[in-house]
Unconditional design. Structure first.
Length: 146
């Protein structure tokens, strides 16, 4: 498995959709500001996406299996257009485990792209792409995302 930091201009699956999601993140942050719980930003992001005509399901369950046996489940914060997992994080700093955890969520869900969105003092976004050859992580923030 390879791990790389890709440039913002790299092609990636669902680029138009992730662009819509990123724009929605900034609109939510510009409206609500900093300091609410993750659930508030998740709900607001779902409303913002739906307002723009983009389907967003909240707390979508995925079953985890090992050798065909169920071993647990997790709930994705948002699944957008049945294609992109969006994990919503808050706090002063983005927890470093958020990106590897999202990669695991992608593997479990068999989806290929996820966005880790951090609603802190400023919006930070990590795009995580899972492929058969490995994965890449793109850090997005500030004017690159608006």
């Amino acid at each position: 498995m390879t791990d790389s930091i890709a440039s913002v201009n790299d092609s990636h699956p669902h680029s138009d959709l992730t662009h819509e999601i990123i724009g929605a993140c900034f609109r939510v942050h510009n409206t609500l500001g900093y300091g609410f719980l993750e659930s508030v930003y998740r709900r607001a992001l779902a409303v913002e996406l739906r307002f723009g005509g983009v389907a967003a399901a909240q707390e979508v369950p995925f079953e985890l299996t090992y050798r065909g046996a169920p071993i647990g489940s997790y709930r994705a914060d948002l699944v957008v257009e049945s294609s992109v997992i969006v994990e919503v994080k808050t706090g002063l700093l983005l927890d470093p485990i958020a990106v590897p955890r999202t990669l695991n969520y992608l593997r479990a869900s068999q989806l290929s792209i996820g966005l880790v969105t951090h609603f802190g003092p400023r919006v930070e976004i990590r795009r995580v792409v899972s492929t058969e050859k490995g994965h890449s992580i793109v850090e997005l923030r500030g004017p690159l995302c608006s």
